[in-house]
Design a binder for this molecule. Structure first.
Ligand SMILES: NC(=O)c1ccc[n+]([C@@H]2O[C@H](COP(=O)([O-])OP(=O)(O)OC[C@H]3O[C@@H](n4cnc5c(N)ncnc54)[C@H](OP(=O)(O)O)[C@@H]3O)[C@@H](O)[C@H]2O)c1
Length: 297
């Protein structure tokens, strides 16, 4: 990264959600490779499928996407810090000391964590995609030195529009109402009313992302926040050919194929290289900060 982008990251402490995911791991390696003078990178990781966060981290950093970084900077892990948590839980599932650490340290936030499962039950999709963002925004409001945050949504959050512009749209339901329904209704009842709730939305993923976007509009008015809506991302042979070995690349592409081979995608889609998405996630932090600083004088 050149120009004004790299200096913005200088000495910054960055908090990334979804670091174990398809976009997240590329964000991690890109930040650590190209912004070598960041102060620290904080990842929220949950236990999953009987694996502890430590085991999961070991697996994460064994991924071939980190080969080049490991080669260039074998010490890179010194800058990586992990907080145990779960974005679908109240308070992001953080203990008090992790929460305090983030409040005191973080300058830049990237929110990539989400349930992308288009067949997810409404309860699961709301807990992670809507309530999760709400919990993160509460945390960001407490952060003492926050300069910029980027929330990753999807190009399909407003798929009910024939033309989607770079603006917020009215949501199918208010986030507070949806979270209340998800928390208070019996799950069986919630499942029964889900088709009616979703109306023209094709799946709980797009639906909850639409609701979350509007919550960001309302709840982040007083935060230096930006929204990014990527279309479908996938790897290609040319993307990171110097970083990703063949085996790793196959598994990344399978992830995309799995996502696309579902009836839920009755919508047209444009596939863009994951690298380009990641560049688009990392580059607006500086203008967000500038715009925010101008706005608050
Ligand atoms: N990939 C695409 O083509 C695409 C297109 C448009 C938009 N997006 C958006 O881009 C973002 C990243 O997508 P992705 O493709 O990287 O997805 P992904 O590979 O499925 O990764 C999802 C990430 O979210 C984390 N996560 C999910 N639930 C969590 C929870 N309860 N607590 C903590 N972490 C949790 C996962 O952690 P675990 O490893 O613990 O599950 C994982 O790191 C999402 O917001 C998605 O909507 C992606």
């Amino acid at each position: 990264m050149d120009s004004e982008i790299k200096p913005f990251y200088s000495n910054a402490n960055i908090f990334l959600t979804g670091g174990t995911g398809f976009f997240g791991k590329v964000i991690i390696q890109k930040l650590l490779r190209t912004c070598d003078d960041i102060s620290g990178l904080y990842l929220i990781v949950r236990e999953k499928k009987g694996k502890s966060t430590t085991e999961r981290l070991g697996e994460l950093f064994n991924d071939p996407v980190f080969n080049k970084l490991r080669e260039e900077n074998p010490e890179f892990l010194k800058k990586v810090h992990v907080v145990e948590g779960d974005c679908s839980r109240l308070g992001f599932g953080l203990n008090q000391s992790s929460r305090t650490l983030l409040i005191d340290k973080i300058n830049i936030v990237f929110h990539c964590a989400a349930t992308l499962n288009m067949d997810a039950k409404m309860k699961d999709a709301v807990d992670t995609n809507v309530q999760g963002l709400s919990e993160l925004l509460d945390l960001c409001h407490e952060m003492r030195y926050l300069k910029s945050m980027v929330v990753v949504s999807t190009a399909y959050s407003n798929c009910t529009q024939s033309i989607i512009e770079e603006k917020f749209y009215d949501p199918p339901v208010q986030a507070t109402t949806l979270v209340k329904l998800a928390n208070e209704l019996e799950e069986r009842v919630l499942d029964e009313i889900t088709p009616g709730l979703m109306s023209e939305w094709p799946n709980t993923y797009c639906y909850t992302k639409a609701v979350a976007e509007n919550m960001l509009r309302e709840k982040a008015k007083d935060l230096p926040a930006g929204l990014f809506r990527p279309s479908v991302g996938r790897t290609t042979h040319r993307e990171y050919k110097d970083i990703i070995e063949e085996e790793g690349m196959k598994s990344f592409n399978k992830h995309c194929d799995d996502a696309l081979n579902t009836d839920a995608w009755s919508l047209p889609y444009k596939i863009i290289k994951r690298k380009e998405h990641v560049d688009s996630i990392l580059s607006p932090v500086h203008p967000i900060d500038e715009k925010w600083t101008d706005a608050i004088g």
